[in-house]
Design a protein around this ligand. Sequence first.
Ligand code: FAD
Length: 398
Amino acid sequence: APAYDLSQPLDIDFAGTFADATEDERAHQLKVRQFVQEEVLPVIADYWERYEVPMDLVKRLAELDLLRDGVDVPGLPHVTPYAAGLAAMEMSRGDGSVATICGVQGGLALQSITMLGSEEQIEKYAGPMARGEILGAFGLTEPTHGSDSVALETTAVAATRDGTPGYVINGEKKWIGFGSTGHITVVWARGEDGQVHGYIVPQDSPGYEATTIQGKVSLRAIHQAHIVMKDVFVPAENLLPQARTFKDAGRVLFQTRLGVAWSAVGHAVACYESAVAYSTQRVQFGRPLAASQMVQERLAQMLSTLTQIQLLVKQMTRLAESGELTGPQASIAKYSCTRGARQIAQTARDMLGGNGILLENRVARHFADIEALHTYEGTENMQALIIGREITGVSAFA
Ligand code: FAD
């Protein structure tokens, strides 16, 4: 095969020139693609429009062992970061809500427990969460603290109830995926030592009230909750013993940041594919749109951006695998990939004309969904400030 074959648009699925996946990694990617093709794409636009979580697909994600998002779980095979990235890309190439479901359940909630929990907690939660029997949430953001979640106000105070030592939690959380429709929430709260700790809070605890946020125009097939906690008691065994400061919550987010970058690439691939297909089929002024120089230039620009972000996230993932990836490098990946994907989505949306705003054509959903990725797990601005601090040695935000 030629090294650079535009008829096979520059390896948009990493199958050719850029492929260095092992057989297992490629098999993992193709498993996700087949699932997306056969089970997600036929139904997802309707779920999106109905503002409904596809619980049947959540069950299937667990059966296919995709729900844990590549997080290591005792007794289940190791998934390499590269394979997990390829999976996130394929999932988002189909749908952002489905990819976010895995990101929340696996990357955020489950990973908080496997990374920061005790052996007993891992034993109790990891298997059931991988199997989808327990759905978990990650509650960091508050109504008044998003980018500055380091200043979170939720408190946890030691207390004893009915002879059981534990903690009483008070505070509010906003934007928490699965926070109203799951079983447990990893709540980040400030302890009496002034430090941020993590607590596993069952969602049926007295005092835990969660309402699903309504009216989102992005990621409509996953729900986020506004949670109010009034004197919620959890036993001492629900404290994550390795979560000693805010930095430990940051360690979980550091692990998931590349996943968001891979997801952005998946959205970009889908939008690029839609633009190519549409412009070669749609005829105006007696010839396909693709025959016009301006359209070709836009396609070239999209493919060029797509190639850059693909290579970037791939390289960053290899660095992560060898343990060399730094925080600012992960920020560069998230910053560049969501930014690039957003530009590609915007251009693709325009290239489909009026049809580009119809849900039945894939691009509108991706166009809307990429907005959430651009914001969550650290906005574009915040990633830039982290990178800027690294460049200059001066923090412009803290
Ligand atoms: P703000 O922090 O208020 O920011 C508003 C704007 O100001 C942004 O453009 C931001 O970049 C900019 N800004 C802020 N500070 C500065 C500064 N110093 N300099 C320059 N610009 C600045 N959180 C969870 O804990 N768990 C979840 O499961 C979860 N899921 C989410 C799902 C969705 C769909 C969304 C939208 C959010 C989710 N979040 C979740 C929250 C998410 O992480 C926050 O929305 C994000 O961190 C931004 O916080 P904010 O929305 O409060 O915006």
